[in-house]
Ligand binder design. Structure first.
Ligand code: ATP
Ligand code: MG
Length: 788
């Protein structure tokens, strides 16, 4: 054991060594990117176990993503063996779910409670909103949802808010009302939203000190990675579990205030800055040696982040040497940018120095991946898009999951009402309203009311029969779910509800891909069952629910669950394929070759940040995160014209490019040199750049709404373009091919085929093509088709 413990300390630098072996007082490790924070955390856990200072069951390790948790578990398993499998190494949300499932009765819930994701929660909020007859202009449901989320992250519950809200303000008054109703409805539905998971755990510990004490005694060591991204509720949770005074547990947190990129989710850098105040006897250790990147990459990252105000100066250094220069490229448009990237990847991999799996391509918003994908597909470079597919956000997937959720928790009104008439079964809005009223009157769930639909005043006989049929269907399916696994339940749902049959008989080409997506969902469940032999339908749904909550991360890991992201990253690495992902998703990862694309003012930094210095600082931290993912080679690319948010625009270079010392960059094509036009008072007619600038200065977006406004509500579509914009707009390049019956075509996935029919016109043209694998209906606008 002693030899093993000594082995854990090998190769650590003196500061890392101190951090790994430290005992007693709370420990804060602050350090820049790539300095070994996560590594120190893993080694510290292994060391605690190897030296018998802690039993593996006494350790609670919290990471920011499930991927990070899995990676840490792997490392610890390599160090201490099998025991690692049973340890609590997870995200805040997962830990809380685990605690709440055990102690559900303490918070007045059944342990089979549902977890509502952001979309579910918005549906419920909208229902409550409607019931209260609020004005959606003055009190937009989406903004209400955001406000409630922030309040929960601040541990302000509905009653607290009602007491402090300014009721003269229509928005605040509205939020206060909705918050109360929403809380009540969640209870009734035996459900929690994402923010509740953390907040309710904190409230529970505060209400039942003895319970908190149990967990405190159990977890003698609490370790938190990426502490800079914790919000107030998470911070409080840590305090509750650690406790105070001589009985408190040992706390270790690691973080980097320069990498805080989740302020829009309520992350509070103060949690790290004020650690020493909160824990007066704390020990702070700084790590300065970077083991990841070349000096060139570090110097670039240091130069950029040093522009942020109010940050303690820190300098990363490396023993790696300068390495290669950063390569810069200014493309004419996004297609050319993509071609350059594909060409470089080819060059790097042909030389034998790198494999495709060593390469990552980052972008600011998911929408940017499409042009990259097109080219990579065309040139035949294998790639994987991480987190951008929005798989779990697709309608058919949400419908299928809604059915499954109802089988597990019949009181789940939101999901039940989602699929009430999906596929159409003759339960219209009026019938739904009647049953809702009955449920309201008797204060029961919607399901309970459906069972007594006979009593619903004025319900039509036809509807009544449909409702009875539906109840019977659900009961039958619940029987299947009880007697068999998750995959079988899903298949039963898809078949017996007629959902799949409806899609199959449809002529809408979209429905074809819906069927494919559902097949993929079945595959996902099967894989889950293979990997988790103990897994149940409920645990599967739980995993799906624990997504990095899509709507709250604008432009970030949209849609995909963390598990999906993890699986995709692991797979990409193994298969040796290029990884495409947003900058937000890239946190904590490292790659030998990194492309930072779309380095344009208005794209990155995101245009939302133009009027708010704090937002700009956050964008800069995001740039720092991106730059520091690179180990050996770094590319900065931009496009002078880009189609994004529905229109083609000229974009000047990102200011972040200008912040990298010029001598570090080797420009392959420099592009037009023009200073960004932010702040210039041009009349908007003579310079294209002024036009971009005027959009920044304009009040048509961003104004009056919080910075967390959803993507769509700030899209130009919702704000009238100025005359100058209209005049100068560059037409998007059209690459839609036209075909006639008899044409031979090639599809990137289906191979060669013959056009056997053409329907519709313009954007909606659909071609029927006969391929070797069968006939397909393809929307020409999207299909990767070429004539041969
Ligand atoms: P980030 O801020 O990006 O999360 P980090 O501080 O958590 O970074 P790690 O991921 O722990 O950094 O480490 C970065 C890289 O450096 C990893 O590949 C890690 O294995 C390596 N590394 C860290 N410390 C050492 C060391 N003492 N000897 C060799 N390699 C090290
Ligand atoms: Mg780390």
């Amino acid at each position: 054991a002693e030899a093993q413990a000594a082995h854990l300390l090998e190769g650590l630098n003196p500061e890392q060594l101190e951090a790994v072996t430290h005992g007693g007082a709370p420990l804060l490790i602050v350090a820049g990117a790539g300095s070994g924070k996560t590594r120190v955390l893993s080694h510290r856990i292994a060391y605690l176990i190897a030296t018998h200072r802690a039993h593996h069951g006494e350790i609670l390790a919290i990471t920011f993503t499930n991927k990070a948790a899995a990676e840490m578990r792997e490392r610890i398993e390599a160090l201490v063996g099998e025991r690692a499998k049973r340890m609590w190494i997870s995200t805040f949300h997962s830990s809380c779910v685990r605690i709440l499932r055990r102690e559900a009765s303490s918070v007045g819930l059944n342990s089979n409670f549902s977890i509502y994701d952001s979309a579910d929660s918005l549906r419920l909020i909208t229902l409550v909103h409607k019931g209260l007859e609020l004005d959606p202009k003055k009190v937009p449901p989406k903004a209400v949802q955001h406000k409630i989320s922030s309040l929960k992250n601040e541990l302000i519950d509905a009653d607290d808010f009602a007491a402090r809200a300014n009721l003269k303000d229509p928005f605040e008054a509205g939020v206060s009302e909705v918050y109360k109703g929403y809380t009540q409805r969640l209870r009734q539905a035996n459900a929690m939203d994402f923010d509740d998971l953390i907040a309710e755990t904190v409230y529970m510990f505060r209400a039942f000190p003895a319970l908190a004490e149990t967990y405190r005694r159990r977890f003698r060591h609490v370790l938190v990675d990426e502490y800079q991204d914790t919000n107030h509720a998470q911070y409080s949770l840590v305090r509750e579990i650690v406790g105070e005074g001589p009985e408190s547990s040992e706390l270790t947190v690691v973080g980097d205030s320069d990498q805080s990129i989740y302020a829009f989710r309520g992350a509070d850098i103060r949690n790290i800055v004020e650690f020493e105040k909160d824990y007066p006897n704390a020990r702070t250790i700084k790590l300065e040696q970077n083991y990841r990147s070349t000096q060139t990459i570090l110097s670039a990252a240091n130069a950029v982040i040093s522009r942020n105000p109010n940050r303690p100066e820190k300098r990363l250094w490396t023993a790696e040497g300068d390495g290669e220069k950063i390569i810069g490229y200014a493309a004419e448009n996004e297609h050319e940018e993509a071609r350059f990237i594909a060409g470089e990847i080819d060059r790097l991999t042909d030389s034998g120095e790198f494999r495709p799996g060593d390469v990552a391509v980052f972008y600011r918003t998911n929408a940017q991946s499409r042009s990259l994908e097109e080219i990579l597909m065309r040139v035949g470079l294998p790639y994987k898009v991480v987190g951008g597919t929005r798989f779990y956000e697709r309608k058919e997937i949400k419908d299928a999951l809604a059915y499954l959720r109802v089988l597990v928790n019949p009181d789940d009104d939101v999901n039940l009402r989602r699929v009430l008439n999906e596929p159409k079964r003759g339960i219209g809005e009026r019938a739904e309203g009647t049953i809702a009223a009955l449920a309201e009157r008797d204060r029961t769930s919607f399901m309970a009311a459906m069972r007594r639909a006979d009593e619903a005043p004025g319900i039509a006989t036809r509807s009544l029969n449909s409702v009875k049929g539906f109840v019977k269907l659900l009961d039958d399916l619940a029987g299947v779910a009880e007697g068999s696994g998750a995959a079988e339940s899903l298949e039963a749902v898809l078949e017996q509800t007629g959902y799949l049959a409806g899609l199959r008989s449809s002529t809408d080409p979209q429905d074809e891909s819906r069927v494919e997506n559902l097949a993929e969902l079945v595959a996902v469940v099967r894989e889950y069952e293979r990997e988790n032999p103990e897994g149940t339908l409920q645990t599967f749904l739980e995993q799906v629910s624990l997504v990095a909550d899509a709507d709250q991360i604008p432009d970030a890991p949209e849609g995909a669950s963390q598990a999906e992201v993890d699986a995709a990253v692991a797979e990409a690495k193994q298969q040796g394929v290029v990884t495409l992902m947003t900058l937000h998703t890239a946190k904590g990862l490292e790659f030998p070759v990194v492309f930072l694309t779309g380095m344009e003012h208005g794209v990155f930094p995101h245009r939302r940040s133009a009027t708010d210095p704090e937002e700009l600082a956050e964008e800069r931290r995001l740039a720092y995160v991106g730059l520091t993912r690179a180990r050996k080679r770094l590319y900065l690319t931009r496009s002078e014209v880009r189609s994004l948010w529905g229109q083609s625009e000229y974009y000047p270079a990102s200011q972040f490019i200008g912040e990298v010392p010029a001598e570090l960059i080797d420009w392959k094509r420099e592009g037009t040199k023009r200073p960004p036009a932010v702040g210039t008072a041009g009349d908007g007619t003579n310079s294209r750049y002024d036009r971009v600038g005027s959009r920044f200065g304009g009040s048509s977006w961003g104004a009056g709404t919080s910075r967390n406004t959803s993507f769509s509500s700030i899209s130009p579509a919702s704000s009238a373009p100025s005359a100058a914009e209209k005049k100068g707009r560059v037409q998007p390049q059209k690459e839609v091919i036209s075909v006639v019956v008899g044409d031979k075509v090639n599809h990137t996935a289906f191979g060669n085929g013959t056009v056997i029919g053409v329907e519709g016109a313009g954007d909606k043209t659909v071609a029927k093509v006969s391929f070797d694998i069968g006939e397909k209906r393809l929307l020409l606008r999207y299909a990767p088709l070429t004539k041969v």
